[in-house]
Design a protein around this ligand. Sequence first.
Ligand SMILES: Cc1cc2nc3c(=O)[nH]c(=O)nc-3n(C[C@H](O)[C@H](O)[C@H](O)COP(=O)(O)OP(=O)(O)OC[C@H]3O[C@@H](n4cnc5c(N)ncnc54)[C@H](O)[C@@H]3O)c2cc1C
Length: 243
Amino acid sequence: MSEPQVIVVGAGPVGQSAALLLARWGVQVLVLDRRPGRGSGGSRSICQQRDVLDIWAAAGAGKVAEEGLAWTTARTYHRDRELFSWTFEREGPLPPCVNISQARTEQILDEVIAAQPLVEVRWGHEVTGLDQDDSGVTVHCGQRLLRAPYVLVCAGARAQAVRASLGVSFTGHSFEDQFLICDIKADLPGWENERRFYFDPVWNPGRQVLIHPCPGARTGSTGRSRRTSSPRKLIFPEKSGKS
Ligand SMILES: Cc1cc2nc3c(=O)[nH]c(=O)nc-3n(C[C@H](O)[C@H](O)[C@H](O)COP(=O)(O)OP(=O)(O)OC[C@H]3O[C@@H](n4cnc5c(N)ncnc54)[C@H](O)[C@@H]3O)c2cc1C
């Protein structure tokens, strides 16, 4: 690759999407990431809304919407009693939102990037400094220096050092609760297209449990991402009343 027009720091979903959107405008992009390569990573950010699916479709990654599980109903419970529910209306070619693991989303974006000659990804490149002058930016990766007219930092929430070098803060607050996230396979007939939120469920008292369906149904089993604020008690809902 000749000197890139834009260096993107970070090959997470934001950096991947930015690189693909720039390439769509004919911009030559170099993506740098400090990790040695793509990790497996679990479901993490599983719920993708229509506007994001729309952007990915425009960037050539329509597979995310196609492979994602389009859930249609959200139900909220207190103990065993349903409080309310709402249902998405499908308007237009894309579903309102889909569930798909972040690992699979990144893989799909990687595939599109691999087929895009304007984007190059270099793993094992930790950006340690950025110097800006009138004609562009010098990117320091330890002793290695790279140069581009523009740099886009998409280095995620933990990139304090890069942010600090730009004088950018990341204010906010953290929940004191601990959340446990599990990706499980279970037979839960009737739940395939529903997201369920339980407050104080009888099978996990005093806690909150959010259960999202995920793609990957096989022989009647549906992969599900399930999250709870209780790392101490984890009882499967289908065993309610038996344990
Ligand atoms: C267990 C878990 C569960 C989660 N659940 C959810 C969820 O339910 N919903 C939700 O919206 N989000 C969730 N998230 C967060 C979600 O994963 C992030 O929001 C998402 O990854 C952000 O994408 P990103 O591209 O901005 O950053 P990242 O995915 O963090 O990517 C940033 C990239 O920049 C690279 N990088 C950082 N610093 C440098 C540097 N100095 N030089 C070079 N490269 C660098 C990193 O290696 C990384 O690859 C979860 C995360 C975890 C860990």
